[in-house]
Design a protein around this ligand. Sequence first.
Ligand SMILES: CCCCCCCCCCCC(=O)SCCNC(=O)CCNC(=O)[C@H](O)C(C)(C)COP(=O)(O)OP(=O)(O)OC[C@H]1O[C@@H](n2cnc3c(N)ncnc32)[C@H](O)[C@@H]1OP(=O)(O)O
Length: 212
Amino acid sequence: MSGARAAMEGVFAGDRRELSELEIAPQAALADEVRALIEAVIHTEVPETELREAAAAVAALTERLNTARRNRPPAARLGVNGMVKALGSPVTGVLNAIAPPIDVVTLEDGSVHAEFTLTDVYEGPPTFVHGGVSALILDHVLGAAAAANGTPGMTATLDLRYRRPTPHGVPLVVTARTVRNEGRKTWADATITGPDGRVTIEATAMFIFPAT
Ligand SMILES: CCCCCCCCCCCC(=O)SCCNC(=O)CCNC(=O)[C@H](O)C(C)(C)COP(=O)(O)OP(=O)(O)OC[C@H]1O[C@@H](n2cnc3c(N)ncnc32)[C@H](O)[C@@H]1OP(=O)(O)O
């Protein structure tokens, strides 16, 4: 038994501590600063003594934040239809410093859409986005499209066609839509498009609402 069904039902039943926008704002601002910190750590050329001091300062800050902890990442009901948003999502989570974060919106036709720019923190081949990062984003928006269709599920298959390299540092567009549903199975298609309007990656996924 996977327990995945109970976990999915829990999300939709609101089993997470839900934060209000007022509660989210200061913590999201902290995550923004940590995003900037991640970038600075990659690029800094300060001398070794300053690196050691910075590491100690960050360790002290981590200890301070850990004096009051939640057991699980929090959620919020924001945006269209008050849909549950996982604030710790590695794709969209405003509280997760490893998330860009990408603001995924559901359009009236049921498709999902986001415009975003990735920094070189997400680099794979020089000057291009890591293919696994693109897969992460596509998996998420495909799942969001299935959920927006009222047929959420766990990713069972994810098929990617990398047509051309996806550049970082420029605006990108990702769109996804549900194309078919049969019982517990839902199929969705997605693309990432570069600033020249050309599709860089096409993706298809099948989601299954877990039996157990
Ligand atoms: C809150 C808003 C958030 C909205 C936004 C949220 C977006 C988040 C998106 C992130 C999504 C993820 O990353 S999810 C995490 C990655 N995925 C996983 O970890 C899934 C791991 N796998 C599983 O949990 C399970 O294998 C399931 C749930 C996929 C299926 O298990 P099951 O439910 O027991 O399925 P079962 O009865 O055996 O099979 C049912 C039918 O499906 C077929 N089938 C089963 N598995 C597969 C498969 N992988 N590929 C093809 N076909 C399959 C079977 O042959 C059968 O066909 P037939 O006999 O009917 O013909």
